[in-house]
Design a protein around this ligand. Structure first.
Ligand code: SF4
Length: 382
């Protein structure tokens, strides 16, 4: 269940198996950045071991037609979020007092629901960029499927995610065309492990395979989305270089990293000085928002993740005997993947840049807004 009791939602395991067995359905999957460093734990791998190629092989063995990667869309999310951050900061530094700061990252549906329920006066603060899961799904159904000659309702879009909050997010009406949802349903890591176990697929033994292109290519910035501080670090890598016009040598912003529930980073790059806040766990997030609202704290940007450690600690992830140690290893696993990548900035992802060339023009364009952005609503707690 969701560790913050934010959401509960149903198990779609049987639906998934039924869809895989239906001849005319085209089943595509996406997997969140954090999944690949946790799912292996159920098959004898260490926390943090990257098993993405084995996951791809396992999903194909189950019958999935296209195995894609949410991390591709994490890079797309950063293109939009970093452009929004840059736009708000440039207007703020030029003296425009109407600009709303801080800007908040918006890819965790549990905290989005939390702010809608508890801080309805602050709904203009979050970035309007959809989460990577929702960006992936809308691009897959509205652009990729069309290119392949598939009708929207011929494609079943399944997201492998670290939490049940993502099931709730997928069911929000703004992410559907009538009864056809961009994400048809979500399977959690634990549910996928059970499916693999029940069907005799052992990730330890299976030969790894590549993730499908074109919705599979990702950079180091996209992969660190899975740990606390990673989303804002990825956005900062792109926004700071765009604002200063200079390449930053060390893009591992240490002050954004760490395990304190609520931390502050004063980041200086050239003449640019940014104050950034990071919170994980809803209690810490609540404290942060209260301090911002009262004027006690000022930030240019903040990241909030509902789960301790971020998505590597999500309620749909395998339970670890030593939680702290497992979270540290999972986070380091993601950092290792980041370091291993030649491309470590989202704005360097060739497949993301190709989407702008072909369909979206540029970040925050009218077309990008139509497809990749959303709105938030005040909600009553039930
Ligand atoms: Fe889900 Fe990640 Fe948010 Fe936890 S931090 S609720 S795993 S999106």
């Amino acid at each position: 269940s969701c560790p913050v009791n934010a959401i509960t939602a149903g198990d779609n395991t049987l639906k998934f198996l039924r869809d895989l067995a239906t001849p005319n359905k085209i089943v595509i999957t996406q997997m969140a950045p954090a999944i690949r460093v946790t799912v292996g734990e159920a098959f004898g791998f260490e926390p943090g071991d990257n098993v993405e190629n084995k996951l791809a092989a396992g999903l194909r063995k189950l019958g999935v037609d296209y195995v894609f990667d949410t991390t591709w869309a994490a890079d797309l999310t950063i293109m939009e979020e970093a452009a929004e951050l840059q736009d708000r900061l440039e207007r703020y530094f030029s003296g425009d007092k109407t600009v709303k700061l801080p800007i908040l990252t918006s890819c965790c549906p549990a905290w989005v629901k939390f702010i809608e329920q508890n801080h309805a006066d602050m709904l203009d603060v979050p970035s309007s960029a959809k989460s990577p899961m929702q960006m992936f799904a809308t691009v897959a159904k509205d652009l990729w499927a069309k290119e392949k000659g598939f009708a929207r309702n011929q494609v079943t879009s399944v997201a492998i995610m670290p939490c049940t909050a993502k099931k709730y997010e997928a069911s929000r009406p703004e992410f559907s065309r009538g009864l056809n949802y961009d994400v048809d349903y979500v399977i959690t890591t634990k549910e996928l492990i059970k499916i693999f176990e029940d069907t005799g697929i052992n990730l330890k033994e299976i030969e790894g395979q590549e993730i499908d292109q074109v919705l599979g290519e990702y950079t180091g910035a996209g992969i660190i989305f899975g740990r606390t501080g990673g989303v804002i670090e990825a956005a900062t890598r792109t926004a700071v270089e765009k604002m200063t016009g200079k390449k930053v040598d060390n893009i591992e912003f240490e002050c954004l990293r760490g395990w304190e529930g609520f931390r502050t980073c004063e980041l200086e790059v050239g003449d640019l000085k940014l104050r950034i806040g990071v919170a994980h766990g809803l209690r810490e997030a609540g404290k942060m928002l209260d301090k911002i609202r009262s004027g006690e704290e000022f930030f240019h940007a903040i990241e909030i993740m509902a789960c301790t450690g971020g998505c590597i600690g999500g309620g749909g992830q395998p339970k670890a005997r030593n939680k702290k140690e497992a979270l540290e290893k999972r986070a380091e696993g993601l950092n290792d993947i980041d370091r291993s990548k030649e491309l470590r900035r989202s704005n360097e992802n060739p497949e993301v840049l190709a989407i702008y060339d072909k369909y979206l023009d540029y970040p925050l364009s009218h077309k990008a807004h139509e497809l990749l952005h959303t709105r938030y609503f005040a909600r009553i707690k039930k």
